[in-house]
Design a protein around this ligand. Sequence first.
Ligand code: GDP
Ligand code: IMO
Ligand code: MG
Length: 423
Amino acid sequence: MNKTDVLLGLQWGDEGKGKIVDVLTPDYDIIARFQGGPNAGHTLEFNGIKHVLHTIPSGIFHPTAINVVGNGVVIDPVIFKKELDALTNLKVDYKSKLVISKRAHLILPTHRLLDAASEAAKGKNKIGSTLKGIGPTYMDKTGRNGLRVGDIETKEFKAKYDALVEKHKQLLSYHNYEYNLQELEPAWFEAIETLKQLQFIDTEHYLNEALSKNKRVLAEGAQGSLLDIDFGSYPFVTSSNTICAGACNGLGIAPNRIGNVIGIFKAYCTRVGSGPFPTELDNEVGESIRQAGREFGSTTGRARRTGWLDIPALKYAIMINGVTELMMMKADVLSDFKELQICTHYMHNGKTIDYLPYNIDPAYLQPIYTSIKGWNCDLTGITEKSKLPVELMDYIKFIEKETATPVSIVSVGPDRTQTIKMS
Ligand code: GDP
Ligand code: IMO
Ligand code: MG
């Protein structure tokens, strides 16, 4: 029986997961998303095409891999339909290689409205949500009110939808939130019809059977470990378990069926939305990283906050996930620097510490940096490890030593081909 490999982000999302899943898909039979929903934006670039996926797994552009939307994912049919339409335009035949868990929950138009109402009510304490209805949908899931993909095929579907919407209307009136649901519902029900053209299956049976037949499965995470509902910078997090354990819950795969855990991180850090960010560079250095890395959200277009690499945070994510190998993204973005900073410790309540504590608010925690020589040259055309500048190799060795985890891939540009294998 095979084990499932898991690929996930170790920072605050947007590490480059989509690119790497696309690069690795030829080595797998099945790619399975296990949590999150259209708050995610996973970018793939190849043959001059740039494509952003939100709910559909990033293996969809390969000819044979089956793409599974697992039970842990929340689906907005309207956004899903848009994704399918974009694939049709690119002549991708998705029908035979995309399946959806019956247990996945549906995002209703009123979930999106509730997200907006809740954020508006929070005022300056807002999470900076993508406003895709993620929080309210997961709240209905754990509150045992949710509507699931499997419900679509039952004759009670509309009645269940109406009952949930009634509940949402009460909440919206409590928020004094103005809206026009009639404008939103036709597109939602139209998209439900499109969704019906796909196979709704018991993905937990499908995946376990595939593993027993020695099929190779890669679980694709969304968001990042520091946005995890339990282990992230709460309350500035998303509403799902983004960590490795989320792959077990979100796919129905037992912990002893997890194989390699691939941790994706950027050579620096970014964060979009509110919340503490110990190594943030709220200055011209940060702005130069933002411009060089084109750090603007794939889902919302918002400017991403930028900062230096944070080793204690990386070690924390490696520990929580059981990461077996690292992949470092966007090394090319730091090419203009003669000198780089890496955070190795924090000052916390007057003490130097080397781990991520409970409270990472700037009032309690300040980063301590080590300087390291930059490579200061263009990396984007390099295709072999042996051609990498010595300063970049030193940067990688430093990270490997600090984290006691090997770096197996270094990415030097957004395209599939700009990917360097380190072993
Ligand atoms: P994901 O959410 O983890 O899949 O990441 P996103 O797609 O939201 O954000 C990563 C961004 O960086 C995308 O625009 C990618 O095309 C781009 N990207 C990925 N790897 C690299 C790289 O090595 N260098 C550069 N310059 N861009 C990259
Ligand atoms: P991918 O998969 C980066 C952030 C939002 C906000 C917080 C909560 O592309 O890496 P939510 O919409 O979930 O209620 O937002 O989480 N966030 C992400 N940031 N990448 C993502 O996904 C994100 N998904 C959510 O900006 O701060
Ligand atoms: Mg993204």
